[in-house]
Design a protein around this ligand. Structure first.
Ligand SMILES: Cc1ncc(COP(=O)(O)O)c(C=O)c1O
Length: 375
């Protein structure tokens, strides 16, 4: 696999630094709603499992322990409406970001191959295509890519980072049908699936690519990427997995064994604990639901417009002024000591939005709301 690092875009977050400094100088301090990094404690059930597995002198298995792969399959059945995940088709990853960035290369894609990803998107889908020397194609509409014979991989992300938009069963099925006609792989990044706020997904999670209603119970050519970072507050552990077509997973496994891309053994044990305990996830989802409601009311009350966002870890917000550019909104909010991410980070058609993360403490969220109310 050739890594084409020279073709990478600038790291966008550096351009937010001046606004972070401005927000930090607010007399009542910074409320950082820019990066979606969890702030609540890692649950005891997970920490105990990590500690109990601390004596691990040998190498862990790249494919994941049988317990972990079984726990993932059972979790899909219990929480994601997918009764038939084959544990052979499960592979733990060192967080999901590395898998997103490496998947095109791991699949052997390169120059001449096209990787489709959402138009307004987490930037790593584009980065992964470039690292492999393949061509990224931002497209939401199947009609844009469904007749191209150079498409090899199609990414979907539901609920979306940054917009929170959800793909329902017919939309996912349309992607699967089109990709199958082309022989392309579909990879579905579902790392926010359990953070579902509005009907009909509230409480049950958003539809999975592997749902029998989407894929007809056939997992060939399909991969789901899922992360425990957000739902279990363990972004620091780097615990995630990919699941689906056992044939594809064995291809990924082959390269990852050679490259030493292994999830540490104690983290694998902690993942089992996280996947078999639903209670801490429900507690965390309820926390985010409360914070989301406080922030939604505060932004709306201050004249900004909350759009999309029926699920996921963010509010997708448009500034108060008609057609206001995202950087103007970032600046206005930095003046209130509130830091948010400009939509421009996520694609040219998002230049009028900002992304507001729900990942701040109750106290910080209340401070942000009070400042917006007083503005
Ligand atoms: C859509 C999406 N996918 C993947 C990731 C990566 O998460 P992690 O590497 O912590 O699993 C993120 C993180 O913000 C994300 O927003």
């Amino acid at each position: 696999m050739g890594l084409h690092g020279g073709a990478l875009p600038d790291f966008p977050w550096d351009s937010l630094k001046p606004y972070a400094e401005q927000a930090r100088s607010h007399p009542d301090g910074l409320v950082d709603l820019s990066v979606g990094t969890p702030v609540d404690p890692t649950p005891d059930v997970v920490r105990s499992a990590l500690a109990a597995a601390g004596n691990w002198p040998g190498y862990p298995t790249t494919h994941g322990t049988p317990e972990l792969r079984q726990a993932v399959a059972q979790w899909f059945a219990r929480r994601r409406g997918v009764p038939d995940v084959d544990p052979a088709g499960v592979l733990p990853t060192v967080g999901s970001k590395e898998l997103v960035a490496l998947l095109p290369a791991l699949l052997g894609l390169g120059p001449g191959d096209v990787v489709v990803h959402p138009e307004v998107a987490y930037p790593t889908y584009d980065v992964g295509a470039r690292l492999a020397g393949a061509t990224p194609l931002p497209a939401d509409d199947v009609a844009v890519w469904g007749a191209r014979d150079d498409v090899r991989l199609v990414w979907v992300n539901s609920p979306s980072n940054p917009t929170g938009r959800v793909l329902d069963v017919p939309a996912l099925r349309a992607v699967v049908d089109a990709a199958r006609r082309l022989g392309a792989v579909v990879a579905s990044d579902e790392c926010y699936a359990l953070l579902a706020w509005d009907a009909p997904w509230s409480g049950s999670g958003t539809p999975s690519l592997l749902d029998p209603a989407v894929c007809g119970g056939r997992h060939e050519g399909l991969l789901v990427v899922h992360s425990l970072s957000k739902q279990s507050n363990l972004a620091g552990y780097r615990g995630a997995f990919v699941a689906g077509d056992p044939g594809l997973v064995s291809r990924l496994l082959e390269v990852r064994k050679h490259a030493g891309m292994i999830v540490p053994g104690p983290v694998q044990a902690a993942m089992v604990a996280a996947l078999t305990d639903d209670e801490h996830v429900d507690v965390q989802v309820a926390r985010y639901r409360r914070r989301r409601e406080v922030l939604r009311q505060a932004f709306t009350g201050a004249g900004l417009h909350v759009e999309d966002s029926p699920a996921g870890l963010y509010l997708w917000v448009r500034g108060a002024g008609p057609g206001q550019d995202c950087w103007a909104t970032v600046a206005d909010l930095a003046g209130l000591g509130v830091l948010v991410a400009p939509g421009a980070f996520y694609g040219p058609s998002a230049a009028r939005h900002v992304r507001v993360a729900l990942t701040a403490s109750d106290e910080s969220v209340a401070r942000a709301a009070a400042r917006l109310q007083a503005a």
